[in-house]
Design a protein around this ligand. Structure first.
Ligand code: NDP
Length: 473
């Protein structure tokens, strides 16, 4: 018997993806550099379906039906190249290598181009949902050729999460499109988590609530428009008590957030594309600030205002509004980046379809994504989600409270970079005039960089060092 698909790299993600395939009735070949992992998988979970274990790459490749579908789930970066170099010579034209790791989309473009020359389809695929998603149904974002999707799509859709019967898997676009979208997904995830953290911090230090009380607030929010996986697990984490000290769990965890790099890539790529993603950038920087222990130690105790507690339950409602509005901004920025990447690389990505496949399986799954899907359905060319009727109304309704919350944070000295930058972005977009006009004047003054005028076409320069007459062209 041949396997329909194979998975190499059987750490948490690969093992669970292989089990998910087997549980759906697809015979799956399994391989890992260290064969103890392969053996352990078959011993522990062999009863869940048909596994064809292979000790060597040669046996692994032989056990796959043609065209071969080979999923690589190894550490991103050098290991992925090493595995491709090992397997590609064993493959034949028409075969497919699916990289389900968190690869940088630029690496995926390079690998796809190199393998295409040899007739092999390279399918950079974003997989979100962590360990549990991989097993029970992740959100899957495959790139690569349309031809490869014909052979892979049905299998991937079968094991993906489903929302209203719709699979959370769609062909994103050619070459690196899948990994690009997964990258932005993770960037949005950073922003979402940061905004939730700020909401917690404000409820704690501005409203004076205890973690268990804040857990209740989040539980309530999770029954409304903020309903999402991240809000749900936030309530769980806040309600948890540390067994050894009896203190709230959140108080015994070192307050230094770590990161693996996809958030940073999202921001680096946005800078290259010229897309403002302040919400995502502030989230990455907030983790970075938290990790600078020596810097924080040196600055601890610098003067600040007294932290007066805001009385009344109205403040929690205001924070909910600030959170919802800031979240809309973060998603608007992330989708803008996808739109820009799609235009730059000619991917033709369907933005509404991205919102659709993020509704289930992945970390940012949320009721809200259905609204984004609807917004792109109403106007696929919309320049920003902020002008969609629903979102414009929601933000318009929230903005008073949003401003109160940002002002309160500044007044009592609780850092809220996510809420603040989101509001500044909103105000920048809706402004009649921006002080960029002054920036242009300065640039022309010191560097003769020229400027354009509001009333005439052409580019102009004022003779700042001379008689200040204007030269135009
Ligand atoms: P790891 O990222 O920890 O990678 C471990 C696996 O890589 C092992 O199977 C290991 O083999 C293999 N490996 C490492 N170096 C090599 C090499 N040079 N040659 C061959 N195999 C090698 O595993 P995860 O399961 O956590 O993640 C797999 C991929 O999925 C990563 O790219 C990750 O970024 C991505 N991902 C992870 C998520 C998560 O929640 N963990 C979520 C979404 C994506 P050996 O056993 O022999 O050491």
């Amino acid at each position: 018997q041949k396997a329909r698909i194979g998975v190499t790299g059987l750490a948490v993600m690969g093992r669970n993806l292989a089990r998910n395939l087997a549980r759906h009735g697809h015979p799956v070949a399994v391989h890992n550099r260290t064969s103890a992992r392969t053996k352990a998988l078959v011993e522990e979970f062999g009863g869940e379906g048909t596994f064809l274990p292979a000790e060597t790459p040669e046996r692994f490749v032989e056990s796959l039906e043609r065209p071969r579908r080979l999923v690589v789930m190894v550490k991103a970066g050098g290991p992925t190249d090493a595995v491709i170099d090992e397997f590609a010579p064993l493959l034949e034209p028409g075969d497919m290598i699916v990289d389900g790791g968190n690869a940088n989309f630029a690496d995926t473009r390079r690998r796809e181009a190199a393998l295409r020359e040899r007739g092999i389809h390279f399918v950079g695929t974003g997989v979100s949902g962590g360990e549990e998603g991989a097993l029970l149904g992740p959100s899957i974002m495959p790139g690569g050729s349309a031809e490869s999707y014909e052979a892979l799509g049905p299998l991937l859709e079968d094991i993906s999460a489903k929302v209203d019967g719709t699979p959370c898997c769609v062909h994103v676009g050619p070459d690196g499109a899948g990994h690009f979208v997964k990258m932005v997904h993770n960037g949005i995830e950073y922003a979402d988590m940061q905004l939730i953290a700020e909401a917690y911090d404000l409820l704690r230090h501005a409203a004076g609530l205890a973690p268990a009380e804040i857990a209740e607030v989040f539980r309530t929010w999770n029954t409304g428009r903020l309903e999402s996986y991240l809000i749900e697990i936030t309530a769980e984490v806040l309600a948890h008590t540390d067994a050894s000290t009896g203190k709230p769990f959140v108080d015994v965890v070192l307050d230094q957030a770590e990161q693996k790099g996809t958030g940073r890539w999202t921001v680096q790529t946005a800078l290259d594309l010229g897309v403002p993603v302040g919400g995502i950038a502030e989230a990455v920087f907030a983790r970075s600030v938290s990790g600078h222990a020596a810097l924080r130690e040196a600055a601890r105790g610098l003067p600040g205002p007294s932290r007066t507690v805001m009385a009344g339950s109205g403040f929690a409602d205001a924070v909910e509004k600030a959170l919802y509005a800031s979240k809309i901004v973060a998603y608007a920025q992330g989708f803008h980046e996808i739109q820009a990447g799609s235009a730059e690389y000619g991917w033709n990505i369907d933005l509404g379809a991205m919102a659709t496949i993020w509704r289930g399986g992945c970390i940012i799954r949320a009721r809200f994504l259905d609204r984004i899907r609807a917004a792109y359905e109403a106007d696929p060319e919309t320049p920003t989600l902020l002008t969609d009727d629903h979102f414009a109304e929601a933000v318009g309704d929230a903005q008073g409270a949003w401003r109160e919350v940002v002002a309160a944070a500044a007044r009592i000295g609780v850092p809220a970079p996510g809420f603040s930058t989101a509001l500044a972005y909103y105000d920048s977009l809706r402004a009649d005039r921006l002080p960029a006009a002054l920036t242009q004047g300065q640039r022309d003054f010191f560097g003769a960089h020229t400027y354009r005028r509001t009333d005439r076409d052409g580019s102009f320069h004022t003779l700042w060092g001379g008689d200040r007459t204007e030269a135009g062209a």
